[in-house]
Ligand binder design. Structure first.
Ligand code: ZN
Length: 139
């Protein structure tokens, strides 16, 4: 058995000491997915190395482009949909669009990225999603 499997089993036995918490709840609150108490982030989007309350190692978490994809899709829908609706309904001058949609196009992604990343990390923890690797055949 390699050390990665040992770490994974050790982690799993520690996880059983904590009651399961909703990934949505811990993710949106930016809390540790195991204990729900320690902060998940060290900066705006950078993860803390481990939970300050239960010691869970956050190196398992790799949300990659996942949160950015969802946030980009949602922000694009809101901003482009809003701009189209305002243009069709009111036909305002161009400066109105610039004043409305430029700040909104920056604010919506900035507000959504952190909670989305928190939820994705919590879901990775809950469902033990990790990069695929070959299974040892035991021989
Ligand atoms: Zn914790």
């Amino acid at each position: 058995m390699n050390s990665q499997n040992q770490n994974s089993q050790e982690q799993h036995s520690q996880d059983l000491a904590y009651p399961p918490i909703s990934p949505l709840q811990t993710g949106l609150m930016a809390r540790c997915p195991r204990c729900g108490k320690g902060p998940l982030f060290a900066g705006y989007l950078s993860l803390a190395p481990r939970c300050t309350q239960c010691g869970l190692d956050f190196t398992f978490a790799d949300a990659a482009d996942g949160p950015a994809f969802f946030v980009m899709s949602i922000a694009g829908f809101i901003v482009v949909g809003g701009a189209l609706a305002v243009e069709i309904l009111y036909k305002p001058p161009l400066w109105v669009h610039v004043v409305l949609w430029l700040p909104l196009g920056l604010a919506v992604p900035l507000l959504l990225l952190r909670p989305f990343k928190g939820v994705m990390v919590a879901l990775q923890y809950r469902y033990r999603a990790e990069e695929g690797r070959p299974v040892a055949d035991g021989s």
